[in-house]
Design a protein around this ligand. Structure first.
Ligand code: FAD
Length: 460
């Protein structure tokens, strides 16, 4: 029991997840007379907003991830266990993990989110996602592997499918990866693949809404759309990706785009855990909390960040799944846990909106600030770079990222294009999805799309 954690007279606060929320909370609990136990399935904190740069060869993975034990070196009340939490048992105050059971006095869920494929199985089994460092590295390798294959094929349609990229989801992640891919097409790929005609490589962005960057201001939406079009991205707005079959992404019964590079950036669900009261978990798998981040129906369990669904008059659909919300909820909860230990009343969460931004490419970014302030272009781009650099964890990561960006800016190059993953399409899908697909393949006439015969072109 308790995976060799020391037993003390101090209350134990267990935090599941060391993303933006868990990291801030555990840091802010340093001075309280409590034992802080952080559990994460990875031994590093991952800076998700820059994952797309790892996926497109602009940054190395180590510059956006930081070892958790190093972050907390010197914090005496801190303990870390690398583990996957499988279930919460609130009746016993115990977590079931793959390394054993862990007891808690107070529990904080900071598990973030998971990609939501909206039940589109064929897309889930074949699309690449950008939620983790392995996802981003796989995506980079896979793109370059397909270019190596494009050189070898003599079939022009197959060559184009190997070079085309389709990104689904026009939020910041989709927009940012499209912009970065367009820069690769212009600056990097022609140098590496002079045998290929890069004019044949098309980049498509499919978005169900009428605009890209849905939650941002109208000005930012229009400006980002203009930037994307200027960079040669084909926008398919008001369009729903429906299924992926035989190397084609269908957006109606008959219309499709041929691609072997499908990137899904269209939505996320909360990463709720089994064992929580059923009525506390919403359909989008976010966990309902009160204004003090306490999970509905539980006395000593809290949720913060992406996984927490706090519905207020100000935010009737819950707070957005953004890093500043996660950080501010963590700060508030740390203060509230301090109050709890003192026997004082807990205070409700209040969000300070510091604005939002998205980058499309070199000298092209859009920024919205509170008070309906908007700007873009070079100033927006500089602001984006500065804010992201300052938010990275650790001096080394900041320095390496700054140097990498400076080199890329002046050389118009993205240096990191090693293929470091073995070719395997299912590397991109979650293990459960792979297992389901394999089971289906074993019991039915399911044909994996990679080897499926090509049908005649009727669209796209
Ligand atoms: C590609 C991408 C780009 C983004 N860009 C921006 C941006 O520009 N600006 C912005 O504000 N936000 C952005 N976001 C959103 C932002 O990253 C999230 O809002 C933020 O990470 C939420 O923090 P969190 O701590 O709640 O969750 P996370 O940061 O996701 O951390 C969750 C942690 O929990 C761990 N975990 C989960 N389940 C378990 C389990 N069962 N057992 C053990 N460990 C577990 C995970 O390993 C992870 O370390 C982006 C997200 C993505 C994916």
């Amino acid at each position: 029991m308790d995976t060799n954690l020391p037993q003390t007279s101090q209350p134990r606060i267990v935090v599941i997840g060391c993303g933006f929320a868990g990291l801030r909370l555990a840091k802010d609990l340093a001075k309280l007379p409590v034992q802080v136990v952080v559990i994460d399935r990875n031994n590093y904190h991952n800076f998700q907003p820059l994952l797309y740069q790892v996926a497109t060869g602009a940054l190395e993975a180590d510059s956006i991830a930081y070892p958790i034990r190093k972050i907390f070196a010197g914090q005496h009340n801190f303990f870390f266990r690398m583990a996957d939490v499988e279930r919460v048992d609130p009746a016993r105050n115990v977590l079931e993990t793959n390394i054993g059971e862990i007891h808690y006095d107070h529990l904080v869920l900071a598990t973030g989110s998971l990609t939501n494929f909206f039940g589109l199985d064929s897309i889930e089994q074949n699309a690449m996602q950008i939620k983790s460092v392995p996802n981003a590295l796989n995506l980079r390798s896979y793109l370059f592997q397909n270019f190596e294959k494009a050189i070898l094929t003599e079939d022009p349609a197959q060559r184009q499918a190997l070079m085309n990229v389709v990104v689904v989801g026009g939020g910041p992640t989709g927009v940012e990866i499209c912009g970065s891919l367009a820069e690769m097409r212009k600056d990097v790929l022609p140098k590496d693949y002079p045998e290929l005609d890069l004019k044949q490589m098309e980049i498509y962005l499919i978005e169900a809404g009428a605009e890209v960057l849905g939650p941002m201001s109208k000005e930012s939406q229009v400006q980002a759309k203009h930037y994307l079009e200027e960079m040669g991205i084909h926008l398919r707005l008001n369009t729903h990706a429906q299924r992926y079959e035989n190397g084609r992404i269908y957006y109606s019964d008959t219309e499709f785009i041929r691609t072997q590079n499908l990137i899904w950036a269209a939505g996320v669900n909360g990463a709720a855990l089994d064992g929580l009261p059923e009525n506390a978990v919403a359909r989008n798998k976010r966990v309902g909390v009160d204004t003090q981040n306490r999970v509905l129906g539980l006395r000593n369990v809290y949720a913060i960040g992406d996984v927490a669904n706090m519905v207020t008059d100000e935010m009737p659909r819950g707070y957005p799944m953004l890093a500043p919300v996660a950080i501010q909820q963590a700060e508030q909860l740390a203060a509230n846990l301090g109050r709890l230990l003192q026997g004082e009343a807990l205070q409700p969460f209040k969000y300070t909106n510091k604005g939002s931004m998205a980058i499309v490419g070199r000298n092209r970014a859009v920024v919205d600030l509170p008070g309906d302030l908007h700007f873009g272009g070079f100033l927006g781009w500089l602001t984006w770079l500065f804010v992201h650099l300052m938010t990275l964890v650790g001096f080394r990561n900041k320095a390496v990222t700054l140097i990498s960006w400076a080199i890329s800016y002046f050389s118009s190059d993205k240096a990191l294009r090693l293929i470091i993953r073995p070719f395997k399409r299912h590397d991109f899908a979650e293990r459960s999805v792979v297992e389901a697909a394999e089971k289906k393949a074993a019991t039915s006439a399911y044909i994996p799309p990679v080897s499926a015969p090509e049908a005649p072109v009727v669209g796209g």
